[in-house]
Design a protein around this ligand. Sequence first.
Ligand code: NAP
Length: 245
Amino acid sequence: MPSLEGKSAVVTGASSGIGAATALVLAREGAGVVGGARRVERIQPPAVALELDVTNPGSCERFLQAAIDELAAVDILVNAAGLALGRDLFDESTEDDERTVLETNVNGLIRMTRLFLPHIRDGGYIVNIGSIAGRQAYEKAAVYVASKFAVRGFTYALREDLLGRPIHITTVDAGLVESEFSRVRFRGDAETAGKVYEGVDAMTPEDIADCIRFAVTRPPHMNVDEIVVKALAQSSGGRIVRTET
Ligand code: NAP
């Protein structure tokens, strides 16, 4: 029997990359899945696609209502919506980019968690997608690094606040994953984005979805606090050994 038969899951950032792969894996394991993103038309069935902009409180509240109408209650919340903008020295940073990254990765994730927490059934799971950028800084990524350190801090603090309650919480901190992440980071510049994955066997969104599946299918008495995974040829966000291409 699929391990998540009868369970329900909500995945943010379900239109691409890690969130899209996670929605598919959880559905394959038997869960009813609602996926949210701004590009709602890109969310693949069997997930139910609902529009969501995590930076917009009204959008988040509408998403919550529609998700609860669909699922009644939630067993698994995966906060995968996120982004980086630019790969420059902090001197080049702008107010707009800082606001977008922090609103999406930090405030958005916190907002979704606050809204969904009262609807998470006993035994449920919250999985936050952090990053190795939230564990070890690398150059030319100051605001993204700050946002992911904040995600890890929030996850640790929520673990404390949830202690004694039957809700699991996990941060999944990945290194290099080939997705649309770099294309977004380089504002649509596919050539520069492609170089990020050249000469290195990057992880796939499915690899990370499998980590999430692991976290939410352990025995109920067990909490997977943190999962940290990197490409084999990578020791940090800033150190990757590439083969000549
Ligand atoms: P991706 O392919 O670009 O997917 C990002 C997802 O986030 C998309 O579905 C996007 O949907 C959604 N999103 C962005 N802004 C949003 C908003 N305001 N409201 C709702 N959804 C929003 O990148 P990814 O690699 O899967 O990234 C997913 C998460 O993994 C991010 O938190 C990222 O920081 C983290 N991560 C990525 C890597 C990596 O190397 N790729 C490594 C470690 C951690 P719409 O644009 O349709 O709204």
